[in-house]
Design a protein around this ligand. Structure first.
Ligand SMILES: Nc1nc2c(ncn2[C@@H]2O[C@H](COP(=O)(O)OP(=O)(O)OP(=O)(O)O)[C@@H](O)[C@H]2O)c(=O)[nH]1
Ligand SMILES: [Mg+2]
Length: 445
């Protein structure tokens, strides 16, 4: 990004309501930029603003009419979130009051309404946050699962950046050595040693990508679809997992029609359970509509608990609903089985009695084992794409070494790897990239 556009972007003073509360509570209105102090002085008539101290004051509109009794904290540059002069106005959380405050700010002509994520964008441009940390702010706000929150916090703490910087340094060092060998005849390149250094970096990137596979599920919560034939005991299992009678359980087949969804955190992992209509073909009417919904839910599932009446076993046509790698077959009603029903080959198989809560801990263990214990460091699409491209570039560089090709080809791949990591870390960036990143933020953040 050019100095001029960076300057233009930071010149304005901006304001936004950053914590919309609806009626009640406190609404926080933030402003940031060079005119911040002038604005709060003008709207309150007060000129003494000790830094980082909350003060009760009366905020007045342009004609001097009181708007609200508010709390204002002034954070002078550079010791603020954005690195600029920043003020936080806490007013009563009535949207009418908030509107008056925003109008009073705008009518001064000194500030304009902030764009999406503009406060965080400024924090990045002013060097208060790295780009991954700025993205972590968005991820913290968006997270809807306990794991998602932890992943966002880890990103904020900067482990991914530190680890990637190590790979970056290694790529640069190798690149510099090879370049030097082009200039000085007496520098010999030790190909196996270079290959092993690049392999280390690539193994690390591969590990990141492996973890990233489970990331969407862990970040949003695992969509766990409980499916199976009518009367297999799906709703009974759903209720047992939740610990209360959420869904109707009945001896009649076809009891559940609509999908019933409940969110449950088990040992820090969020499962979003879907109890579904039993799949029976052929069927008709409302039952068929329910089955259509079950089939659609199975497509989006992160995990399938396929419930089978252990006495009847899995019918050949039911294999169509099982997805290898993300299905646990739950043989239910074992309290009615004189002997152990056999495992279903190719699938994790667990035996339970949903009605009498037998085998449920084993099932929960199997559910947890379906996902990695360690939370993924890469869970944002941009990071995943760039890590993938970097790993590919290193793979090509290694192939050059293995095949005994000329080293100048390898430097091109190294430059690509270096550029990708630098883009991820925000060392190299442009307005388009920033626009795309902050477009997903809300106004006020
Ligand atoms: N003995 C015994 N009965 C069970 C068990 N699980 C479910 N049942 C009984 O099986 C019948 C059907 O249970 P549901 O949980 O409604 O089965 P479902 O799969 O949700 O059925 P649909 O919604 O109709 O597809 C009920 O009478 C339950 O009490 C179990 O583990 N042991
Ligand atoms: Mg049911």
């Amino acid at each position: 990004m050019s100095r001029a556009s960076r300057h233009a972007e930071l010149k304005r003073t901006i304001f936004a309501e950053s914590t919309p509360q609806g009626f009640g509570g406190i609404s926080l209105i933030r402003l940031s930029g060079a005119h911040t102090l002038r604005l709060i002085e003008g709207l309150t008539g007060r000129h003494d603003w000790p830094p980082h101290v909350q003060r009760p004051v009366t905020l007045r509109d342009g004609s001097g009419e009181p708007i609200d009794q508010v709390m204002i904290a002034f954070h002078p540059a550079p010791h603020s979130f954005t690195g600029e002069d920043l003020a936080e106005i806490g007013c009563h959380g009535n949207p009418l009051i908030v509107r008056c405050v925003l109008e009073a700010l705008e009518s001064t002509g000194l500030a304009v309404s902030a764009g999406r994520g503009e406060f965080t964008r400024r924090a990045f441009l002013n060097g208060k946050l790295t780009l991954p940390q700025a993205e972590a702010v968005g991820a913290l706000i968006e997270a809807r699962s306990v794991s998602g929150l932890s992943m966002a916090r880890d990103l904020m703490a900067g482990r991914l950046s530190t680890d990637l910087r190590r790979v970056l340094d290694e790529c640069r060092a190798v690149h510099a050595e090879i370049e030097a060998s082009f200039l000085e005849d007496d520098i010999e390149i030790d190909r196996p040693a270079i290959a092993s250094r690049l392999e280390n970096g690539m193994a690390f990137l591969r590990g990141l990508l492996k973890g990233a596979e489970a990331a969407p599920n862990l970040y949003k919560g695992i969509t766990t679809v409980i499916a199976g034939a009518p009367n297999a005991g799906k709703s009974s299992l759903f209720n047992t997992l939740l610990g209360y009678e959420r869904a109707i359980v009945h001896a009649e087949e076809g009891t559940t029609r609509d999908i019933i969804t409940e969110h449950l955190v088990i040992s820090g992992v969020d499962f979003i359970f879907h109890d579904t209509a039993g799949i029976r073909i052929p069927s008709s009417g409302a039952e068929q509509a329910g089955i259509d919904r079950t089939v659609a839910a199975l497509k989006d599932a992160g995990l399938i608990l396929y419930v089978v009446d252990a006495r009847l076993g899995l019918k050949p046509q039911e294999y169509d609903w099982l997805r290898p790698g993300k299905t646990i077959v739950v043989l239910n009603k074992i309290d009615l089985c004189p002997q152990d029903a056999p495992d279903i080959p190719g699938f994790v198989t667990v035996r339970v009695s949903a009605k009498f809560r037998q085998g449920i801990d084993t099932l929960i263990q199997a559910m947890q084992d379906s996902f990695p214990r360690e939370l993924p460091q890469v869970f944002l699409a941009r990071h995943r794409r760039l890590v993938d491209q970097t790993a590919r570039a290193l793979r090509r560089a290694l192939a050059v070494l293995e095949n005994g090709q000329a080293l100048d080809v390898l430097t091109l791949d190294l430059v690509e790897a270096i550029t990708n990591i630098r883009t991820l870390l925000g060392d190299e960036t442009d307005e388009d990239i920033l626009d795309r990143i902050f477009a997903d933020f809300c106004v006020g953040k």
